[in-house]
Design a protein around this ligand. Structure first.
Ligand code: MN
Length: 269
């Protein structure tokens, strides 16, 4: 299956094969990238203990099964819309630099970390393993979150969540407005480069807001991100300067609730 096929299928809803692939892989996170864009590796991994979807993790993800990419190689997914599509919120210049430079850098860093660890095993020389594992976590988490970020926004976004997502937000936060307030407050209060992430936490069967610093710190292991807002300065500074609050508040004018709803239904098995 090509990247384009996956992209189109994504626009039309989650087909059976994709839904199975998403469910099979959600416990390891990486198929989020395939779900979002049709690119990115989905290496097999044992299911985490206590995962409700542990029984779903035996089948390979569809992208890997179809041989869509070289094993272990991560690929920068294309933006799901033209670079000027969100111009009322973010300029084409911001999206171009952010996607083509920053996100591409994380993809390269991730591939380099994977290759470095493979070389270490081959040489039986693990003197650099600490730095390599740190790079793997940083760049890998950066790649996953950026891939989700592009799909968390849409030129047709905004409004209010519907369906299963709306019900889950109300059940978990009390109201959609309370969720928005917590999401915005958590990112505005951060002292570092952070993300705002809405995630599904399977053990408690609830939604949570996570504000991971860098890409990987202060994360909640096993929680599956549904939508996210990049609150690193590179995401907004060219338009919003130091006004992080306005950038975060206006995220909800373009938020892609429908994509998050599909993600929730795929991961909540
Ligand atoms: Mn970024």
């Amino acid at each position: 299956m090509s990247d384009i096929d996956l992209e189109q299928e994504n626009d039309e809803g989650i087909g059976r094969r994709k839904a199975l692939g998403l469910m099979a892989g959600v416990a390891i996170g990486a198929p989020l990238i395939a779900a979002a864009s049709g690119a990115g590796a989905a290496p097999p991994a044992p299911p985490p203990a206590g995962s409700k979807s542990a029984g779903q993790n035996q089948a390979p993800a569809p992208a890997a099964a179809a041989g869509a990419m070289k094993p272990g190689e991560y690929v920068l997914p294309p933006l799901p819309y033209p670079k000027n599509a969100l111009d009322g919120y973010l300029s084409a210049e911001i999206l171009e630099i952010h996607h083509d430079k920053h996100h591409a850098g994380y993809v390269k860093g991730l591939n380099d970390a994977v290759a470095g660890l493979a070389a270490a095993r081959q040489k039986n020389d693990f003197t650099q393993v600490k730095a390599l594992e740190r790079s793997l976590a940083f760049n890998g988490s950066g790649h996953v979150l950026h891939s989700l970020y592009w799909n968390s926004m849409s030129p047709n976004g905004g409004g209010e969540p519907k369906g299963a997502l709306q019900a889950a937000i109300v059940a978990s936060f009390g109201s959609v407005d309370a969720f928005r307030k917590q999401f915005a407050a958590a990112t505005k209060a951060a002292e570092a480069s952070v993300w705002g992430v809405l995630a599904y936490e399977p053990l408690g069967d609830r939604l949570v807001v996570i504000a991971p610093e860098n890409h990987q710190n202060m994360s909640f292991q096993g929680a599956q991100p549904l939508l996210c807002c990049d609150v690193w300065e590179h995401a907004y500074y060219l338009r919003y300067k130091n006004d992080r609050a306005t950038y975060v508040d206006r995220f909800f004018e373009v938020v892609n609730w429908d994509y998050a709803d599909k993600r929730l239904q795929a991961v909540r098995t």
